[in-house]
Design a protein around this ligand. Structure first.
Ligand SMILES: [Cu+2]
Length: 199
């Protein structure tokens, strides 16, 4: 009995020391609602003013073209990231961006199993289109942060491992005005948000 009490005390002390020595990351999760439709593929991200090296990006970002669609149709990358656009269809595609977010480019026509890439520099949502198939559309959202989530088919999102601190939370969705709000992530805490976006 005495031994176990001591052990518990020792465990508490270790936790307290650990918490002081290094801050515990928090989590932000919740839901996004947009008028007249689904919020899936909205992007939720946290901006802190800190700079993040593009080398932090874990995966080489790729948008494939399959069955006359871009797949995935929304990705999020840090500024300075090269995104590869593959063609897996038995027809030519022509990837371009009209430059509504200030970054105009045209990768030309290319056949199956070929790929081209573009390095995105400017923050914002870049619309990606194909000259040959006007119904094809994708978005590359360039955000200065590794803390982001793409809203799922049920309208939910979750961002893990967020260091404590002050952030601006931003939400982008192709049909509604961008949303932003200030928030504070506290040590090891879980924050739940229900965000309602208006047109
Ligand atoms: Cu095409």
């Amino acid at each position: 009995m005495k031994t176990s009490t001591l052990l518990i005390l020792a465990a508490c002390l270790t936790n307290a020391v650990g918490a002081e020595a290094r801050q515990q990351a928090g989590t932000i999760a919740g839901t996004v609602r947009v008028p007249n439709g689904r919020a899936s593929n909205a992007v939720v991200y946290l901006v802190s003013g800190r700079d993040y090296d593009v080398a932090l990006q874990v995966e080489h970002p790729v948008i494939d073209q399959v069955s006359l669609r871009f797949s995935p149709s929304v990705i999020v990358v840090l500024p300075g990231t090269a995104v590869e656009f593959r063609n897996s269809d038995p027809v030519f595609h022509n990837v371009f961006s009209p430059g509504r977010s200030g970054e105009k480019f045209d990768l030309g026509r290319y056949p199956r199993n070929d790929s081209r890439s573009h390095t995105f520099k400017a923050d914002g949502a870049h619309v990606i289109l194909c000259h040959i198939h006007p119904e094809m559309v994708a978005y590359v959202v360039v955000a200065p942060t590794p803390y982001f989530a793409i809203v799922d088919g049920t309208g939910r999102f979750r961002i893990d491992d967020v260091p404590p601190g002050r952030y601006t939370i931003r939400v982008w969705h192709r049909r509604v005005r961008p949303f932003e709000e200030e928030l504070v992530v506290r040590d090891g805490k879980h924050l739940h948000l229900n965000l309602v976006l208006t047109r």
